[in-house]
Design a protein around this ligand. Structure first.
Ligand SMILES: [Zn+2]
Length: 247
């Protein structure tokens, strides 16, 4: 294993703020979506809090925490529930130093269509990013998300999360962020060259019901419910390689 080098607290924080501005500026996130983290010691990370736009963060809003979830320092904000998947990646793979999660529109469209990014189309994608599996749907905030990403954290650099978004990691936070950029670029080129996707795996009625319960628990009583859902879940299988077209 290569020697691990950790950034200082102030370096990690300013890089998180920088990556947040880039993610927001590139339309990888809307409103308060997405989360970013950076490891500063074997069992300590800095992470973005819940409910804050990644384009408008200040160092005081960031949360310092241990991999077991203990908060070491935070303003008045708590870490996002999605930080659980970051913690899991860091625990499973000690070489990961930074993690980004966002909802870039083209990646998210592939994630909704249930299509992995695995076409051999240009060198950069293959060399710097590799192929990107699309892993099965798990409800937001659930333990299912960290459990579903864990098996991929050594052999891949990024994942599409079905009906959700994109996740990337790297040996520095910048590398993780560049992989997020690379996968959105790769997905965009794939879309232009092969897919104008024309396919969406709808969430199932049970999955929608679960989300509406979460919304109710958050005290949101407005917003209605979609009229069309899948009767059976169609996003429960990990897509690592897309099947070749049938002859
Ligand atoms: Zn998300």
């Amino acid at each position: 294993m290569r020697e691990l080098k950790f950034p200082r607290d102030d370096e990690a924080c300013s890089e998180i703020l920088d990556v947040g501005r880039r993610m927001y500026g590139k339309n990888f996130v809307a409103a308060n979506d997405g989360n970013i983290s950076c490891r500063v010691a074997p069992d300590v990370i800095w992470a973005t809090p819940t409910g804050v736009s990644k384009g408008f963060m200040s160092a005081e809003t960031l949360v310092k925490m241990k991999l077991d979830g203990t908060i070491l320092r935070s303003g008045n904000l708590t870490p996002s529930s999605e930080i659980k998947m970051h913690l899991r990646l860091y625990s499973e793979n000690p070489e990961i130093m930074g993690v980004t999660h966002a909802h870039p529109p083209v990646c998210t469209s592939f994630a909704i269509a249930g299509i992995a990014l695995d076409e051999a189309i240009y060198p950069e994608a293959l060399v710097n990013l590799g192929i990107v599996p699309c892993i099965h749907y798990e409800p937001p905030g659930s333990q299912g998300i960290p459990d579903s990403v864990a098996p991929y954290c050594r052999d891949y650099n990024a994942l599409l999360l079905a009906n959700h978004g994109a996740l990337s990691w790297g040996s520095t936070l910048m590398e993780a962020y560049f992989r997020l950029e690379a996968m959105e670029h790769y997905a965009t080129v794939l879309m232009y060259t092969g897919y104008i996707i024309g396919r969406a795996n709808l969430l199932s009625s049970d999955q929608v019901r679960h989300l509406l319960e979460i919304r109710e628990r958050l005290g949101v009583v407005s917003g209605g419910a979609p009229s069309r859902t899948a009767s059976e879940p169609v996003n429960i299988r990990d897509i690592v390689e897309n099947a070749p077209p049938e002859e």
